[in-house]
Design a protein around this ligand. Structure first.
Ligand code: F6P
Length: 344
């Protein structure tokens, strides 16, 4: 068998784990099997830029950030499905395993079931439908939690309010997970637009109770009630064009103006994606990559490898091709935060 593998969209910790686990499981099953790595996502399909992956090439890459194959979040596939299919045929692939996010799978929607595809959902945002957890999310949360824990000391030293901005697009999972794990004082997520007066009252009450330093985690698309999320710029060729950002700085200036307390902001940005994957993410990618490789060898196409109720399993590819999975406003983690006296 000739199994193709590509990574699409923004990088996420764990992509290399998928590449290693898929390659090992396919190549282990028969000396006749071949793995073909497609470079730079969809660009590599159209340009037919590939490299053969031998067993020894990928040994140990699971612990590295980034992707061994390169990627792009510019999915220019619209109107090019015939060209795409012809390229897959020319590369003589029996199937294509794609690790990607919403952009990749909405693009691939046009091609399945005419192409034998196996999808592995990927995003640090944890917002893909059909799966409870995506790999990369745990690592991103760890970066947030480590940052909050570190920044608490400087907040205390200076009696400052530190605002930490996380990624996540329209879903607040990273801010919620990272903020909860580090017991941030407040967590602001897009799904729960905050009341400016209530937020200020909360900060003032904390100060009045003797808390010198305060740390707030804010998701990049969080917003106050009746306000819009802050869009920093747009990427025209991207499926989701807007890039959110800037809310932390705005909040810091506003808090200073309203209270007279010194406030500073930190934007964690791509540091949330560029860290070596946590052990939890490695468990996930080892299991998901093994299953994806087995599905390919069993010729079970148009399936997605997902995580549900503590297990990695395969479901129809269409399960992961839908709207973003955002945080329910009364999610159990929100309840934990409220019980801990965290403003959310
Ligand atoms: O979807 C993953 C993500 O990291 C988002 O959290 C973030 O808004 C966006 O990608 C950033 O995209 P880019 O890599 O184009 O700056």
């Amino acid at each position: 068998m000739r199994v193709g593998i590509m990574t699409g969209g923004g990088d996420a910790p764990g992509l290399n784990g998928i590449i290693e686990a898929v390659s090992r499981s396919v190549l282990n099953q028969s000396p006749e099997n071949r793995m073909v790595g497609i470079l730079d996502g969809f660009e590599g399909v159209f340009g037919m830029r590939t490299r053969e992956i031998k067993f020894n090439d990928v040994l140990g890459i699971h612990c590295e950030a980034g992707t061994f194959l390169g990627t792009t979040n510019k999915s220019r596939i619209a109107g090019r499905s015939e060209e795409f299919q012809a390229a897959i045929q020319k590369m003589n692939l029996d199937c294509l395993i794609a690790a990607g996010g919403d952009g990749t799978f909405s693009a691939l929607k046009q091609l399945a079931p005419s192409l034998p595809i196996i999808g592995v959902p990927k995003t640090i945002d944890n917002d893909l439908p059909g799966t409870e957890i995506t790999f990369g999310f745990d690592t991103a949360c760890s970066v947030v939690a480590d940052s909050v824990d570190a920044l608490r000391s400087t907040a205390e030293a200076h009696s400052r309010v530190m605002i930490v901005e996380t990624m996540g697009r329209t879903a607040g999972w990273i801010a919620l997970g990272g903020g909860m794990a580090s017991y941030a004082d407040a967590i602001l997520i897009p799904e729960r637009p905050f009341s400016r007066p209530k937020f200020l009252d909360f900060l003032k009450a904390k100060r009045a109770a003797g808390k010198r330093g305060l740390v707030v985690v804010v998701s990049e698309a969080a917003k106050a009630e009746k306000e819009d999320a802050t869009v920093a710029f747009r990427v025209e060729e991207s499926v989701q064009q807007e890039r959110f950002g800037g809310i932390a700085e705005k909040l810091a200036r506003w808090i200073e103006k309203e209270t007279g307390w010194e406030s500073r902001h930190v934007v964690l940005g791509h540091l949330q994606r560029s860290r070596s994957p946590t052990t939890t993410d490695r468990f996930l990618t080892a299991s998901m990559g093994t299953l994806a490789g087995n599905l390919a060898v069993m010729k079970k196409w148009n399936r997605a490898v997902v995580y549900r109720e503590g297990r990695v399993l395969d479901v129809p590819l269409t399960d992961i091709q839908g709207d973003a999975r955002i945080v329910e406003t009364d999610h159990r983690w929100v309840k934990v935060c409220l019980a801990q006296g965290i403003f959310i």
